[in-house]
Design a protein around this ligand. Structure first.
Ligand code: C2O
Ligand code: CU
Ligand code: CU
Length: 504
């Protein structure tokens, strides 16, 4: 198969919080690192009212993740079962529960149809289903289908509140390419807390085209969802959000995969497909394999890439997804293999127990004959400008905070426009913001004037933007309605780093 090996600057977006990319910013950082005093002064000078508040989540205070001890088999979320003989096809209930993460002390958690996280909802390409959503929490919530191109009325944004004890039926049409999407709550100012407590689930759009590349697709066997999250627990082993939260993004030291603490996965097939979601509130992850082996990325947020890309690491900011294939056939079963983070901490160790299987990496290849971007798309003028700025509770988009009564942008349904999104650095360098738009799968045209890396040449709904970086997106909305666009650091979203586009 055709492979392009990626190394070097194109792909290596190394990131934990602040990354400084211009020399000008670097000197600011060095000055700050040379003395805490200066750091404090700077903070006071620029953010005078920050006193007494928790610290800005900068590069120095990202707590490292604890490596998995590999003591528990990875939980695979169940598939959501179709209802029989009712006026809806699926039911999703947001509810309270408890989860036994630690010996002895159960943790209060939230889940969909269970104690933690939610079942995987599978829709077929082109299929329309009715989903009954029900709120059994003691607070309002919404049900948002992240990445699904549905009309604004079904999107579950902050205005679509379901009160405690109430329910409604939404119609979801999967009118888009097969992809790994997800669902989560979106109530204004409490999205971060509800996701932190456990509300999130996978939403797949499944391939129906017989001609499509033959990829591993047996759910839970050779096609595995991986929801990576970090959590911070208090001394009572609770997810006490109000006390633990950081307004720049709550980052924890405990790594969960599919809600499993200290997970391991027993691998039974030589070729495995993993659908990775960065489901964290704020942490950026860079994933590698502990033995240095490469893997193949096949899909980005919104579906298959232009062609498979061989990689030795992948970085995902909150809400981004990637589908990867790992070829275990050449790996020795006595060699420890794990998915690690950028510091080498094993987040998901593998136990190899391969019982045969025929699918081979060598047979998987394609090049999408419709090139990623057409010439005329590349040359469209910029028509919308977005400026992301600030940190903690001072975050804004185009200088403003979210106002549910205000429409910030308007765009015609079905008409492509170029959005230029600029992450404006501040005196401290700034931080990465993952920028997400509802109701669309967009394409990255340029990153700071350069063509996107091959693993970003596919459909996206969220994009990692470095401080100082300017990203051009080709955005088309296939449906009408009011849609959010926002930073997917959930605390930034809750702090108002969000706007509304009306599609008409
Ligand atoms: Cu993951 Cu506004 O969404
Ligand atoms: Cu979304
Ligand atoms: Cu942000």
């Amino acid at each position: 198969m055709k492979k392009s090996i990626l190394t070097g600057a194109g792909l290596l977006l190394i990131l934990t919080g602040c990354t400084n990319i211009t020399t000008e910013q670097q000197s600011v950082e060095q000055t700050m690192e040379s003395g805490e005093m200066q750091h404090e002064e700077n903070m006071d000078m620029n953010h005078g009212d920050m006193e007494g508040m928790e610290e800005h989540m900068d590069h120095d205070n990202i707590p490292p993740l604890q490596a998995s001890k590999g003591t528990q088999e990875l939980v695979i979320p169940p598939l959501l079962e179709k209802q029989k003989e009712s006026d809806f096809d699926y039911e999703v209930v947001a509810q309270e529960g408890t989860t036994q993460f630690f010996d002895g002390s159960p943790t209060n958690t939230y889940g969909y149809n269970g104690n933690l996280l939610g079942p995987t909802l599978q829709l077929k390409e082109g299929e329309t289903v009715k989903v009954k959503v029900r709120n059994e929490l003691n607070e309002p919530t919404t049900f948002h289908w992240h990445g699904l191109e549905v009309p604004g009325t079904e999107d579950g944004g902050p205005s679509d509140v379901i009160q405690p004890g109430e329910s409604k039926i939404v119609t979801l049409k999967a009118d888009q390419p097969a992809a790994t999407l997800w669902y989560h709550p979106h109530p204004h100012k409490s999205t971060a807390e509800q996701v932190f407590k456990g509300l999130a689930g996978m939403l797949y759009v499944e391939e129906t085209d017989e001609e499509a590349p033959a990829l591993p697709h047996t759910y839970g066997v050779d096609d595995i969802p991986l929801i990576f999250q970090d959590r911070l627990f208090d001394e009572n082993k609770q997810l006490d959000y109000k006390n633990l939260m950081n307004s720049d993004g709550t980052i924890g030291d405990v790594s969960l995969v599919n809600g499993t603490i200290n997970p391991k996965l027993t691998v039974t097939k030589p070729l495995m497909r993993f659908r990775i979601l960065n489901g964290a509130n704020a942490r950026n992850y860079t994933f590698r394999l502990s033995n240095g082996a490469t893997f193949t990325q096949i899909a980005s947020d919104g579906g298959l890439l232009h062609e498979p890309v061989e990689m030795d690491e992948i970085t995902l900011s909150p809400s981004e997804r990637a589908e990867i294939l790992i070829d275990f056939s050449a790996m020795e079963s006595d060699e420890p293999i794990a998915i690690t983070d950028e510091e080498g901490n094993a987040l998901l160790p593998f136990d190899l127990d391969i019982d045969g299987g025929t699918e081979e990496m060598e047979s998987i290849s394609w090049t999408d004959d419709t090139t990623f971007l057409k010439e005329e798309e590349k040359s469209l003028p910029v028509s919308k400008k977005i400026e992301l700025f600030g940190m903690m509770d001072k975050v804004t988009i185009n200088g403003k905070k979210f106002d549910p009564e205000r429409i910030d942008l308007r765009q015609k349904k079905g008409v492509s426009e170029v959005w230029e999104v600029y992450n404006k650095p501040d005196e401290m360098g700034g931080m990465i913001h993952p920028f997400h738009i509802h109701g669309t799968q967009f394409k990255i045209i340029l990153r700071d004037g350069r063509e996107p890396a091959p693993n970003e040449q596919g459909l996206k709904d969220s994009v990692l933007i470095e401080p100082g970086e300017r990203v051009r997106l080709l955005v088309t909305f296939p449906e009408e309605g009011i849609y959010m666009y926002h930073c997917h650091i959930l605390e930034h979203e809750d702090n108002g780093m969000m706007g509304q586009v009306e599609v008409y």
